[in-house]
Each structure stands twice: as structure tokens, then as C-alpha cells.
Design a protein around this ligand. Structure first.
Ligand SMILES: Nc1nc2c(c(=O)[nH]1)N[C@H]1C(S)=C(S)[C@@H](COP(=O)(O)OP(=O)(O)OC[C@H]3O[C@@H](n4cnc5c(=O)[nH]c(N)nc54)[C@H](O)[C@@H]3O)O[C@H]1N2
Ligand SMILES: Nc1nc2c(c(=O)[nH]1)N[C@H]1C(S)=C(S)[C@@H](COP(=O)(O)OP(=O)(O)OC[C@H]3O[C@@H](n4cnc5c(=O)[nH]c(N)nc54)[C@H](O)[C@@H]3O)O[C@H]1N2
Ligand SMILES: [Mo]
Length: 767
């Protein structure tokens, strides 16, 4: 039992009569209370207020939480509740020093919760696992690299994997990718393999762009948003400001989500004195459609069908000029929309035809529409079809590549998109190998590397023998965590560059090292001074960032310094590889990035601190389609939902959720304020009629049983049932606890993104 683990279930504070669990607007005083609570919990030094003041402003520090863009015209406080939580969490005064291990063994810590592991504080020194005592012991940096080097050199290059989790800046990421390639592989999976890989692959297929087409000016000009499966209130709260501004000028917002998410319902701007005093919220969604989990294809098709019918009767609804000039495949798509009957569409998505026609009406009345999406669309077995369908809808009225319109995937980690841009990619076709050869005088490996799902399978099969991780917590973030915990220790080597202790440290391989790093808000002192780093946001804007805080320990190194030291330990010296000089002055790495990607990063060193960042451009924004046909592609999905299983008696569609009190596997606390769930994460959210049919009452304890076709047994015990406003047949429970239920093989068919929002489960009462 963890020391602070006083969160037994059931402990919901909500009243069951209080359906649909609405908790007051997002933002407002609730967000202040959320920040105050974590402040009291973590006791950061008071200089954290200085860090917060500098967040997301030119010349300041770019928030290490999400990738939401940073505007040129920033607010006095350009951070949100969750950005503040992330900053306070890493600025904690708590330290997990080598002495911590005097009192604890690794085996014992496996019973601790994710929250309590990270609550031990910032890691302060490099550590090596000692099997004899089952503890970590301090090592010097030199010893660590001297031991890691020979192990990796002894492996076949293909047996080692270099994972990264979207935090490290462009400079460290560029060198990380270079290091792997000089070492001899393209095994560079990244956290986006678990989230927006569906975008990288699926969106590229239809519009030739791996990233969204929208920029700030579009947000300022749009008159309509369609939201599919993205939750700005929790995951990108600064998005609520442009949404409010849009509502203030009369724009419309239509949302499709099985869960009524508070951030998409109403918002009180904490920086608006009048709103804070009166408590008057802005209503965000004009229409909120709670479709069944995984059924967006049907819902979007219904909207398209209504638009096509309106064009048939009234004319001039579809943008024929755009379709004729810019698209391919429209004939097949319009046939599909015409021939799919309304009752099939409505049965699948669980919404009446009138709802879809209402949504279509708003869509047709709007001149400029932005389609926003997140994990609700990407983390499905046919997530790529979802993205194709949303693109179909936007293209019907030419809503891509013109001002105020476009497609807007909202990214996750703060630099997750940028890491891909500068070479962290397992697919060789994405990398300018000729440039690398020319710049560094080596022969880059030609074979595609491993996606994170392939790496997980490789761990199971025994073909992957070393995971070297720049951040992250794979033993919680990946699917099938219980299976992976069993095979992870078989590795020859595991190296984890981390800021805090997490569960992935507790299943040591034959040799295991934890290498602690500074965070973005901390001073990154090198020979030429405190270094700037850069990141890329969701709108492909590049921003400089520099830390001002004293590092949590004098023994920490930067991610870039660790990369250079590792590179020297695992690759042969070469007159073209100046790892020491690059570490001494990161501007030299920016010159390399510019030399490798001249179109994207022209003048990088000079432009990085431009207010709002500099844009690396996007051909699809200018209606240049880098697809196979040279046109934007209409696509026809293979079926009306994005799942790999059919409905069956007793089978539910599980969507794994983030609470407002977590950042991925980092659990800040047990208050999912927006959903009215307090004091526990061990819950199963369920429709009241489904509960009645299953003979369950609010507070009953149940188990979830995996119901995938592979026949393996997967279960999660001890969840208390919560009476919740969800469509019938769809249930919700938290990520990462639920990851034991998701098969490694359950993923998007095109991009391999795990289908974390479309998991087949059954429910069993507790014994
Ligand atoms: N505070 C905080 N911020 C974060 C993160 C965090 O954990 N905490 N994580 C970061 C990361 S790495 C990422 S990738 C992003 C993730 O941000 P989001 O993309 O918002 O991800 P989720 O909250 O997992 O899911 C989004 C929504 O999808 C809905 N949904 C589930 N299934 C379906 C479906 O079948 N159809 C539709 N239409 N909707 C569905 C859920 O109810 C939820 O509201 O956020 C980033 N920002
Ligand atoms: N069921 C289910 N599974 C999911 C998802 C889901 O919605 N449902 N979402 C998926 C998504 S979108 C993602 S992105 C992945 C997330 O997967 P990961 O990126 O692997 O996980 P995180 O929780 O972000 O990693 C947290 C750890 O990163 C380390 N860390 C924090 N800050 C830094 C830093 O600045 N530098 C370094 N080097 N380390 C740092 C800390 O040690 C911390 O414990 O999970 C995926 N898994
Ligand atoms: Mo993510």
C-alpha cells in the first residue's frame, strides 16, 4: 500500500440524483482552487510564480504540458489550470534522492500508486539497479555511460529501441535521432505512436499533410467549430479563450462526444473580472451530440448525407468548384452517402436523424468551418477512416485551405509534433537521408525502424533487447501493461531519462539505469551560457524557450547533454560528429536543423523568439496536396464504425479517459472535478439503464473483463460503478489503469495507434 494511498473506493461525493454530473463551468474559481490544491500538495519554492509569469511568452519558458499554440498577443497569464499544475508538479520541493532507497525496495514500490511514486519528488542523481539488494544505487555519470556503452555496442543494432516521449526540445531530439542512426537503426518510436500517429498517416493520405492546416488567424476568422473527440477543458484549456472569443462574435460550436465534457459546455474566463464576479459562463456548444463510442463515421456520414440532400434540392450547397478542381474520389463518396440508409446511420451512432440534420444545418449556414479532433477519433481500430470522414465533411463545402477554415488535430505533449519534424521517425521515407549522409559522412540505415507497437511485440517475442527511453512511462502508457510487465525484465538493458520515479522503473532489466534530467523551466547551463531550446506547437509554430529556475539538483544534466554523452558511448568517434561542441552551444544544433530542413527552419536562430513563434508552413493550407493523386482525397470507410468488433449481448465499448487531475500517466490527484468524481480513480462510468439491465447499483464493485478476439485473459478488478450520463452500451474508465485490458494488437489498421477508445469489455460483479 502506498504511503498516501488513502483513496479507497467507493468514494464519489456526487449525488446519484445529480445526473448528468455537471459540475459548473470550466475555468472560473474551480480552476483557481485546482491550482491552489496542488500548490499546497507540492510546496514548490515561491519562484514558481516567476516561472508561471514567463510561461508561453516570447523570451520566456514554453509550458511543458500540452502543445496548444502560444499566441503572439498573449494574455497577462498565458497559462491554464493544467499548465500551472504541470509546472508546480515539476517544481516541487520534494526530492527522490539516493537515500530514498535505504528505506524501500523495488518489489515493495510495485504496490504504490502512480501518484505516490511521482510524489516522492524530483530525481536527483543517476542510479543503477542492484539486483542483490533489489534497490537502485547511485552511480556517477561517467560510470553509467561507461557501462551502458559496451552493452549497446554488443547488441545487434536492430535489437535496441530509442523511444522518446514528446518533451525534449528540437535540438536534443535532432541529436537523439542522429545518435540512433549513427548507432545503426531507425528504431525511433515516439509517444505520438500512441496518439496522433493516426493523423500523421491518415491525414497525409487524404490531404498530404501529417499535421493540421489551421493557424491562429483561422481561429480568429472562423464562424463555426465542429468538435469530435477532443476535450479542451482538460487537455488544452488555453483553447477555451479563442472558443469564447468565437462565441462572443456569434460563431457556432457543435460537439460530438459520448461524454458531456464540461469544457465543451460552458466556460468562465478566470482572467475576466466581470465574468469571475458574476459567474456568468459562456455557453460553448450550441449542440452537443452524445454518440455511441466509436460511431463517428456514421454520425459524420449522416451530416454529409443531409448536406448532399440539401444540395440536391436547393443547389449551391456543395462547393463544386473546390471539389472539381481540388479533389479526387468524390463520385464514390457521394454514392456511398446516398445509398447508406438513414436507419443504418442512426442505429450505429445512436442519434436521431433530426440531430444529424440539425448539425448539418449549422454546417451549411457557416461560411468558414474548423473541424477539431483528438483521441476520440485517433485511438480507434479504424481511426484513419474517422479522419477521412471528417475530411470528407470539411471538403464538401471547401473548408480546407482557406481563411477561417481547416482541420485541427490537437496534439498532446508540448513538443510531440516537433520531434517528428526534426527526424524522430521510424519510417525512412520521412527522413532526408542524403542530407544526413552529406552533413555527417556516414551511411544512414535504410531499413524502417520499429513503431512502438512493434517494439512492444518485440519485447513479447524477445527480439527487442534494450529500450532506451527519453522520458515517458511505457509500462503504463502502452496497451497490455500486465503482459509487458512480465517481459520487460528480460531485456539486456533499460535506460530511462526521467524527472520522476514511475512504474516503468520498477521492472528492472538485466542492467537498468535511471538518468535524471533538468526540466524546461530550469537553467540549462553549458559552456556558452544558459541555453535556449525550441519547440513546435500544434499549429507548426516554432518557439524559443529558456529556463530560469535553479535545477532541482546539481547532478542533473540536460536531455541534450545526456544524448551527446550517450552518443559518444555507443557510436564510434568521427571528425564530423562534434558532440561536445554541440552540447557547448545549442545554436550550432539549430544550424544543423536548418541545414537538414532548409524550407522549414530558415533563419531558425534569428527567428525563434518572434512573438507567436515562426511558422514552418503547410502546403495543404495553400491547397497544394502532397498526396499520391496530387489532389485531396475523398474516401469511403469500410463500415459505419471504427471498431474491430460487433455488438453482442453483454459486450460494452470501453473508452479510456483522462481526468482533469492527470497528465497522461502522471496522476496529480484524485479530483476529476468536471465529471463530479472525487477521491478515487477506480470507477466504471455507466449508463443507468445499462446498470439496471445488468442488475447493478451505483457504488457496486465490479471487474472489467477484456473481450477481444485473441482469446487472452485480461481483467481489471475493483471498479465501483458510477451512474453516469453516457449512451447505452458505452462505458468509461480511466487511463492508465485500464491499459491491462487493451491488447497490443488492437490498433488503427493504417497507423498502428492503439485503439484506447474502442476496447471490447464485459462486466462481472465482484466475487
Ligand atoms: N491536463 C492534461 N492535458 C493533456 C494530457 C493529459 O493527460 N492531461 N495529455 C496530453 C496528450 S499526450 C494528448 S494526446 C492530448 C489528448 O487530448 P484529447 O484528444 O482531448 O484526449 P482524451 O481526453 O483521451 O479524449 C478526448 C475525448 O474523446 C472522447 N471520446 C472517446 N471516445 C470517443 C468516440 O468514439 N467518439 C468521439 N467523438 N469522442 C470520443 C472522450 O470522451 C474525450 O472527451 O492531451 C494532452 N494534454
Ligand atoms: N488507455 C490509454 N492509453 C494511452 C492513452 C489513452 O488515452 N488511453 N494515451 C496515449 C497517449 S496520447 C500518450 S502521448 C502516451 C503517453 O505516454 P508517455 O509519454 O510514455 O508517458 P507520460 O505519462 O507522458 O510520461 C511521464 C514520465 O515522463 C517523465 N518526464 C516528465 N517530464 C519530463 C521531461 O521533461 N523530460 C524527460 N526526459 N522526462 C520527463 C517523468 O519521469 C514521468 O514519470 O500514453 C498513451 N496511452
Ligand atoms: Mo498523446
Amino acid at each position: 500500500m502506498s504511503p498516501h494511498d488513502d483513496h479507497p473506493h467507493p468514494a464519489q461525493t456526487d449525488d446519484v440524483s445529480d445526473l448528468p454530473h455537471e459540475s459548473g463551468p470550466s475555468g472560473g474559481w474551480g480552476s483557481m482552487t485546482g491550482i491552489a490544491r496542488i500548490f499546497g500538495d507540492q510546496w514548490p519554492s515561491l519562484s514558481v510564480t516567476d516561472t508561471l509569469r514567463r510561461l508561453n511568452k516570447p523570451g520566456g519558458t514554453m509550458c511543458a504540458s500540452c502543445a496548444w499554440p502560444k499566441p503572439a498577443n498573449y494574455h497577462a497569464f498565458e497559462f491554464c489550470e493544467n499548465g500551472a499544475k504541470a509546472t508546480i508538479w515539476e517544481s516541487t520541493s520534494a526530492r527522490c534522492t539516493p537515500d530514498f532507497w535505504k528505506d524501500h525496495t523495488v518489489a515493495e514500490l510495485r504496490d504504490w500508486s502512480d501518484h505516490d511514486l511521482e510524489s516522492t519528488g524530483r530525481l536527483t542523481a543517476p542510479m543503477r539497479y542492484d539486483a542483490e539488494t533489489d534497490r537502485y544505487v547511485e552511480v556517477s555519470w561517467d560510470e553509467a555511460f561507461a557501462e551502458i556503452g559496451p552493452i549497446l555496442k554488443d547488441l545487434e543494432p536492430e535489437e535496441a529501441v530509442f523511444y522518446s516521449s514528446g518533451h525534449a526540445g528540437l535540438e536534443a531530439s535532432y541529436l537523439w535521432a542522429l545518435m540512433a542512426r549513427v548507432y545503426g537503426n531507425n528504431n525511433l518510436p515516439q509517444s505520438s505512436n500512441m496518439c496522433h500517429e493516426t493523423t500523421s498517416v491518415g491525414l497525409t493520405k487524404v490531404i498530404g499533410s501529417p499535421v493540421g492546416t489551421v493557424i491562429w488567424e483561422d481561429l480568429e476568422q472562423t464562424d463555426c467549430y465542429f468538435f469530435f473527440g477532443q476535450n479542451p477543458g482538460t487537455n488544452s484549456p488555453r483553447f477555451l479563450h479563442p472558443l469564447k472569443e468565437a462565441k462572443d462574435r456569434g460563431a457556432k460550436i457543435v460537439t460530438f462526444n459520448p461524454v458531456r465534457e464540461q469544457g465543451l459546455i460552458s466556460f468562465v474566463d478566470p482572467q475576466d473580472l466581470h465574468a469571475m464576479t458574476t459567474g456568468d459562463p459562456t455557453i460553448i456548444s450550441d449542440q452537443y451530440h452524445q454518440l455511441r463510442g466509436g460511431s463517428d463515421i456514421a454520425a459524420i456520414l449522416g451530416i454529409c448525407k443531409a448536406v448532399i440532400e440539401a444540395d440536391d434540392t436547393q443547389g449551391d450547397v456543395i462547393d463544386w468548384a473546390f471539389i472539381n478542381e481540388h479533389t479526387h474520389g468524390f463520385g464514390d463518396f457521394i454514392d456511398f452517402a446516398r445509398t447508406t440508409p438513414w436507419d443504418a446511420i442512426c442505429t450505429e451512432c445512436g442519434l436521431p436523424e433530426s440531430d444529424l440534420r440539425d448539425a448539418a444545418q449549422v454546417y451549411m449556414e457557416a461560411k468558414r468551418v474548423i473541424g477539431v479532433y483528438g483521441m476520440g477519433l485517433t485511438q480507434q481500430t479504424h481511426g484513419s477512416w474517422n479522419i477521412g470522414m471528417l475530411t470528407n465533411l470539411l471538403m464538401l463545402r471547401g473548408n480546407i485551405g482557406r481563411p477561417g477554415a481547416g482541420i485541427c488535430p490537437v496534439r498532446g505533449h508540448s513538443n510531440v509534433q516537433g520531434q517528428r519534424t526534426v527526424g524522430i521517425a521510424e519510417k525512412t521515407k520521412l527522413i532526408p537521408m542524403d542530407k544526413l549522409r552529406e552533413l555527417f559522412g556516414f551511411e544512414p540505415p535504410q531499413k524502417d525502424g520499429l513503431h512502438i507497437v512493434d517494439a512492444a511485440q518485440g519485447l513479447i517475442d524477445g527480439t527487442v533487447k534494450a529500450m532506451v527511453c527519453m522520458g515517458g512511462n511505457l509500462l503504463r502508457a502502452l496497451p497490455d501493461t500486465e503482459r509487458l510487465e512480465k517481459v520487460w525484465p528480460r531485456q539486456r538493458l533499460n535506460v530511462m531519462v526521467s524527472t520522476k520515479l514511475n512504474r516503468s522503473h520498477l521492472f528492472p532489466a538485466q542492467a537498468t539505469y535511471i538518468l535524471p534530467c533538468i526540466t524546461r523551466a530550469e537553467v540549462d547551463q553549458q559552456d556558452s551560457g544558459n541555453q535556449w531550446i525550441t519547440i513546435e506547437d500544434s499549429f507548426s509554430m516554432i518557439h524559443g524557450s529558456r529556463g530560469h529556475r535553479k535545477p532541482a539538483s546539481p547532478h542533473l544534466k540536460s536531455e541534450l547533454a545526456i544524448t551527446c554523452a550517450l552518443a559518444k558511448a555507443i557510436t564510434a568517434p568521427s571528425p564530423r560528429l562534434h558532440w561536445d561542441a554541440w552540447q557547448a552551444d545549442y545554436s550550432r544544433v539549430r544550424d544543423l536543423i536548418e541545414a537538414t530542413y532548409p524550407n522549414d527552419f530558415k533563419g531558425m536562430n534569428a527567428r525563434m523568439n518572434q512573438p507567436g513563434g515562426f511558422w514552418r508552413g503547410n502546403p495543404a493550407h495553400e491547397r497544394i496536396w502532397k498526396t499520391e493523386s496530387g489532389k485531396a482525397e475523398f474516401t469511403v470507410p469500410g463500415k459505419l464504425n471504427a471498431l474491430d468488433f460487433d455488438d453482442a449481448p453483454g459486450r460494452f465499448r470501453l473508452l479510456t479517459m483522462r481526468s482533469n487531475d492527470q497528465f497522461n500517466t502522471t496522476i496529480y490527484g484524485y479530483s476529476d472535478r468536471f465529471r463530479g468524481i472525487e477521491g478515487t480513480r477506480d470507477v466504471l462510468l455507466m449508463n443507468p439503464e445499462d446498470m439496471a439491465d445488468a442488475g447493478l447499483s451505483h457504488g457496486d464493485v465490479v471487474s472489467l473483463i477484456g473481450d477481444a478476439a485473441d482469446g487472452l485473459h485480461r481483467r481489471l478488478d475493483g471498479l465501483s460503478v458510477v451512474h453516469f450520463n453516457l449512451p447505452r452500451g458505452t462505458v468509461g474508465s480511466y487511463y492508465p489503469e485500464c491499459n491491462v485490458l487493451i491488447p497490443v494488437g488492437l490498433h488503427d489498421q493504417l497507423s498502428k495507434t492503439p485503439a484506447s477508445k474502442g476496447v471490447p469489455v464485459r462486466i462481472e460483479p465482484a466475487l
